[in-house]
Design a protein around this ligand. Structure first.
Ligand code: NAD
Length: 504
């Protein structure tokens, strides 16, 4: 928690259309991870402030739920335009507080922007169904009606994309929303929220509270919140899912990962090595879809020296510096944790081919840097394999066959993303059929689906049936109502009393 209460700007809450100062006594510094400069202070909202945000959303729901489809869609058309116009500013803000490179920060905003574009097509997405004449003179049709107040809790690693996974689709479907951004980097999220209001989202439809565990628990327990969307680590997500569903809410929790790639000996070598290095070490390994394990099958085990050589070409520096490939980790604590894993990997007998600890980064000596790090000889019982390290550390394993490699992946508790590299269509198809992972790439290392589809996850990477965007999210944020209707002409002759359940 912060000690220097003066001088730095404070991050505001958004309640009932007003950006307001929290009355809390608990604050946290937001720190530039490349320089340790304190950029702002974020409040941990009080229980009363959470209540006020929910009450505002509850009140706004009474009118927002009846807003026309066109009225909702046009706000998101305007919003996507505003995001595009402010892309550079958003990316710079994101890089300053999160650390990723400017190009990657633009990617973070852009992937969220795609969901905003999707939200502007809500008219087509939220259509019901109709069956004419299900019995004589009887029609059945469905309505997809909004639930009420919904909430979102987001992680530090995509402070633009993941909030945009949540509130645009919830609001476009007619709900109102309370957002709880990551307390580590909420500034770009707040700028996106300002732009959302500028685009026309009315007072109370979108609210923001900041904080940590207590605010999250307050959201999970709140009687007036109908649905919770969470993205973050597995322990927290499991807690949020259990607590929210026990309180009678819908919940979807997208959680931790251990993403494996399988490399077959027939793969295009240069393309594959570039893809492996980029996805393992880009964004300092802090992507939920970052590659953290590669299983080299058969003769591809001989590619390790070339993979190390690729990794060595990547430049570690502050995210805003030109030519940077690998920026800093989000915090000192994250850096110490990842450095600790590397030490444990050595102790547990893995072979350290490339040690990225304590890199020299002139001008940024205090930054939370660790460069690309690569272990081979990794086995499933090692800590570096079992834990989600969330840093630029790649574990290399070997297998005799694709099926052996698939067995390794399917035995891992997590199933977020995976990829296969091969030139064989038959091998790729076998992989896609047998692998139990939500996002599957074929010669694509980070197969995050575009918003026409839904993000998903298998086993320990996801709780709840429906994904946070795409078509599934319309189901998540709406209640299906089926209407069965019969209309009588004035002169229609009444039949007899019908005591059966059959419509004729
Ligand atoms: P985190 O779980 O620490 O935090 C996520 C959110 O939960 C934050 O808003 C935080 O304030 C809140 N929180 C933290 N501790 C809490 C507690 N004890 N009780 C209640 N709430 C709490 O995650 P993070 O470190 O911000 O993000 C990284 C994690 O998110 C990684 O595990 C990564 O794999 C995962 N992630 C998953 C996806 C996905 O789609 N599956 C996407 C992005 C990130």
């Amino acid at each position: 928690m912060t000690t220097n209460a003066a001088a730095v700007p404070t991050v505001k809450l958004l309640i009932d259309g007003e950006f307001v100062e929290s009355s809390t006594n608990e604050w946290k510094d937001i720190i530039n991870p490349a320089t340790q400069e304190v950029l702002a202070r974020v409040p941990f909202a009080t229980a009363d402030e959470v209540d006020a945000a929910v009450a505002s959303a509850q009140k706004a729901f009474q009118t927002w739920r009846k807003t026309s489809i066109g009225g909702r869609a046009r706000i998101f058309l305007k919003y996507q335009q505003l995001i595009r116009e402010n892309m550079k500013e958003l990316a710079a803000l994101l890089t300053a507080e999160q650390g990723k490179t400017l190009a990657d920060a633009e990617g973070d905003v852009f992937r969220g922007l795609e969901v905003v574009e999707h939200a502007s097509a809500i008219g087509n997405l939220q259509l019901g169904e109709m069956a004419n004449n299900v019995a004589a003179g009887v029609d059945t049709y469905t309505l997809q009606q909004p639930l009420g107040v919904c909430a979102g809790i987001t992680p530090f690693n995509f402070p633009a994309m993941i909030p945009l996974w949540m509130f645009p689709m919830a609001i476009a479907t007619g709900n109102t929303f309370v957002l709880k951004p990551s307390e580590q980097d909420p500034m770009v999220t707040m700028r996106l929220v300002e732009l959302a209001l500028e685009a026309g989202i009315p007072a109370g439809v979108l609210n923001v509270v900041h904080g940590g565990k207590d605010v999250v628990n307050g959201i999970c327990d709140h009687k007036d919140i109908k649905a919770v969307s969470f993205v973050g680590s597995t322990p927290v997500g499991t807690h949020v899912y259990n607590r929210s569903t026990q309180a009678g809410k819908r919940a979807q929790c997208m959680m931790g990962a251990k993403n494996h790639a399988i490399v077959m000996p027939d793969a295009n070598k240069e393309q594959t090595l570039n893809a492996l290095a980029g996805s393992a070490f880009g964004a300092a390994g802090q992507r939920c879809m970052a590659l953290s394990v590669v299983v080299l099958v058969g003769e591809s085990a001989e590619w390790i020296p070339e993979l190390v050589a690729k990794a060595e070409t990547l430049k570690v520096n502050a995210g805003h510096e030109a030519g940077t490939d690998v920026g800093p980790l989000i915090s000192r604590a994250a850096l110490e944790r990842v450095n600790g894993f590397v030490e444990t990997g050595v102790k547990e007998g893995a072979t350290l081919h490339l040690d990225g600890r304590n890199p020299k980064v002139p001008g940024y000596e205090d930054g939370n840097f660790i460069g690309p790090t690569l272990f081979s000889g990794v086995t499933a019982d090692m800590t570096i394999y079992k834990e989600e390290m969330f840093g630029p550390v790649l574990c290399v394993m070997t297998a005799d066959s694709m099926d052996d490699a698939i067995n390794v992946i399917n035995a891992n508790p997590n199933g977020n993303g995976t990829a296969v590299f091969t030139r064989s269509g038959a091998a790729a198809r076998h992989f896609q059929e047998e692998i139990d992972v939500g996002q599957v790439g074929i010669n694509v290392p980070i197969p995050v689906p575009v918003p026409l589809f839904s993000f998903t996850g298998s086993r320990g990477s996801k709780l709840g049936d429906l994904g946070p965007y795409g078509k599934q999210v319309v189901q998540f944020y709406t209640q299906t109502k089926t209407i069965t209707a019969r209309w009588f002409d004035e002169n229609e002759v009444g039949a007899t009393v019908n005591t059966t359940i059959t419509l004729k």
